[in-house]
Design a protein around this ligand. Structure first.
Ligand code: SF4
Length: 345
């Protein structure tokens, strides 16, 4: 049985829902911007907020964030174990330590002792970028796993078991292999992610493939999508990946066809407009577990529209509204969003 770790009030691991994590990208020099970003991430559905603590003063933000948001805060620490100690003293809910740059036994002992005292979990997180020189895929996988295993051994010898692990690489294959290995060998919850995924479009596809495969195999208890984009886009992408696999519900699902020469309406514009309307709905009153189909013609349109909860198959002059599999009525093209929203109420 895989172990469960608590971060704040969240349970991570075993059969608990996969947790969506987000990372602050604002500079610590822009404190107002940073807090704004944290609040926006919480509103978007981020469940654990990760912040990079690089120097002593950065740790001041922990108190402030804890009073302004209601989700747990994870402090990401590299090189200086004293920042981990300070973050724990400031009340952080979780630590991330990098075994490649905080590895002196005496220092690990001090951090673990305080984490144990405060009952705070530690994520042991290795990135492939921490290894110098060119390595083969398999050597990189075994090197990353070896670092994690030996760090965990130290922690277990100190009778500390509130552990999570992560192993990330820019390579889909390396990330897949190393996480499969961690899952096979360890009982601790795995935080999934890739790192340095490249330009947005490529990163999104690479993340979807890699994280999708692992999640489908039952691997991964927490998820952070790393993109060359805003932190909000990362959280949105994580939600789409989870919902696509049936591992959570976060937004009404829109099914729409790719269009072809049979399509006689500007379906792309209609889909985008409708998505914007749903997203801009501030009180989330349309945020129901529904499938909404927007289809481009009467060929495949009625089939898909009727398999969704509600849908419209657009023809040249009008669309047909379907509800729970049955055609309800004809509607004018311009009325489609109003009719769909009314049906969602
Ligand atoms: S539903 Fe109609 S318009 Fe859309 S792709 Fe299929 S055949 Fe083409």
């Amino acid at each position: 049985m895989k172990s469960v770790v608590r971060v704040g009030s969240l349970k991570i691991g075993a059969n608990n829902p996969v947790v969506v994590k987000g990372m602050i990208k604002s500079s610590f020099d822009d404190r107002a911007g940073l807090i704004k970003e944290a609040k926006a991430l919480e509103k978007e559905g981020c469940q654990i907020l990760r912040i990079a603590i690089e120097k002593k003063q950065d740790a001041q933000i922990i108190d402030i964030l804890k009073s302004r948001i209601n989700i747990p805060v994870e402090a990401d620490i590299h090189f200086d174990y004293r920042l981990a100690i300070l973050s724990l003293e400031k009340g952080v809910d979780c630590l991330r330590l990098n075994p490649l740059n905080i590895n002196k036994l005496k220092q690990i002992r001090q951090v673990v002792a305080l984490a144990k005292d405060k009952d705070i979990p530690i994520r042991v997180g290795v990135n492939s970028g921490g290894f110098k020189g060119k390595r083969s895929e398999d050597l990189l996988v075994s090197s990353m796993a070896k670092e994690i295993f030996s760090y965990i051994k130290i922690m277990e010898n100190l009778k500390f078991k509130k552990i999570m692990v992560s192993a990330k690489a820019p390579s889909a294959r390396v990330t897949l292999k190393v996480n499969q290995l961690l899952y096979k060998k360890l009982d601790y919850p795995i935080h999934l992610g890739l790192t340095a995924t490249g330009p947005f479009y490529e990163g999104l596809i690479k993340s979807s493939i890699t994280l999708g495969i692992l999640l489908y195999q039952g691997i991964g208890s927490a998820l952070r999508v790393s993109l060359n984009s805003s932190s909000l886009e990362e959280v949105k992408a994580a939600k789409v990946i989870l919902q696509s696999l049936g591992l959570g519900f976060f937004y009404p699902e829109i099914i729409s066809c790719p269009t072809c020469s049979r399509c006689k309406v500007d379906l792309r514009a209609k889909v985008e407009k409708f998505k914007k309307i749903l997203n801009s709905n501030s009180n989330n009153s349309y945020n129901k577990k529904v499938k909404i189909a927007l289809m481009g013609c009467p060929v495949n349109g009625p089939g898909e529209a009727s398999s969704a909860d509600i849908g419209i198959a657009f023809g040249k002059n009008y669309g047909v509204l379907f509800k729970e599999g049955r055609p309800i009525k004809r509607i004018g093209h311009k009325l489609y969003s109003k009719v769909l929203l009314d049906s969602l109420k």
